[in-house]
Design a protein around this ligand. Sequence first.
Ligand SMILES: *Cc1c(COP(=O)(O)O)cnc(C)c1O
Length: 383
Amino acid sequence: MKKIVEFIQKIYNTKNFIPLHEPKFIGNEKKYLNDCIDSTFVSSVGKYVDLIEEQFAKKVGSKYAIATVNGTSALHISLILSDVKNNDEVITQALTFIATCNAISYLGAKPVFVDVDLDTMGLSPKSLKNFLQVNCEIINNVCINKKTNNTIKACVPMHTFGHSCKIDEIKEICDNWNIALIEDAAESLGTYYRSNNITKHTGTFGKLGVFSFNGNKIITSGGGGVIVTDDENLAKRAKHLTTTAKVPHKYEYVHDEIAFNYRMPNLNAALLVAQLEQLDKFINNKRNLALKYEELFKNYDYIDFIKEPKDSKSNYWLQAVLLKNIDARDEFLEFTNKNGIMTRPIWRLMNELEMFKDSQYDDLHNSKYLEQRVINISSSVVI
Ligand SMILES: *Cc1c(COP(=O)(O)O)cnc(C)c1O
């Protein structure tokens, strides 16, 4: 393990503490931020918000993009737009970051957890289909969970660490069962998925897709998020709901429903415009790093480096390894962290957390396997 520590120290050219993922501001960040401050439009309106919405939609190939204050709020609004209400159910994976489940819970809805695939670490179409066949039926065009009598309104798969799940198969199942598909693409900006020889950006397969620009994501606005969709009505509703439902008027303040102040401030958008310019460079850098790690871990028969799954061209946002036995995992975590290299285990499964322990879930076989073995290792862009 000493060799692994030395390898990482050499890559980052330091013997000091190496964080898991730190942002890099090596482009036009200061220029645009200064320009934004000079303009005095630092808050909820301004040219950088318009710019980022336009550029982001273009980048991922969606018709519309609506910038938000963070990724969680983008998920919250997307669930509202999918008609998720109190006591409805939303299928997602137990192996995810808490934000996915928090957003579902804000609406009084309940998450239902389905297993992930081992190769993608994202929602398994096979498990999804099986869950629906065993537990659900379509009555009057809605999907009813026979165990609870609640309606399953939406499904939120997540592209773990920037590797695409089998989103085309998931979409087909959701379409067959009248379930709205919202992609939690918070981690997968720059990741493409190939299906039937067509390559599309993750987050653009579903009715709505959500991205995050938190400080630890592949690019950051400090805090921020975005909703993407091809549906003009949904895009308009998303903008309206995230901007206090203010009816456009030169000077009158009229609001036509209870809504949210979920706007991304112009200051954050300025930072994000500069970061988006560097996305391709960051991804190349991370994909190179992944190749180096792949070589390194070939020397260890008890460690597998996690590579992009078939059909996914991944952004490698967070690099990950799988330790084949649990004692080795603990030893790896201890040794690296003790030697100034931050590493951390994958998330606890959501159904193990106090708030979600009464949720419905399937056997979560693969989720449990990965939960006990996967570790994230140094993933910052190397400069
Ligand atoms: C980062 C992240 C989010 C959104 O997080 P915010 O901090 O609210 O921007 C949502 N889901 C997943 C899986 C994430 O990793």
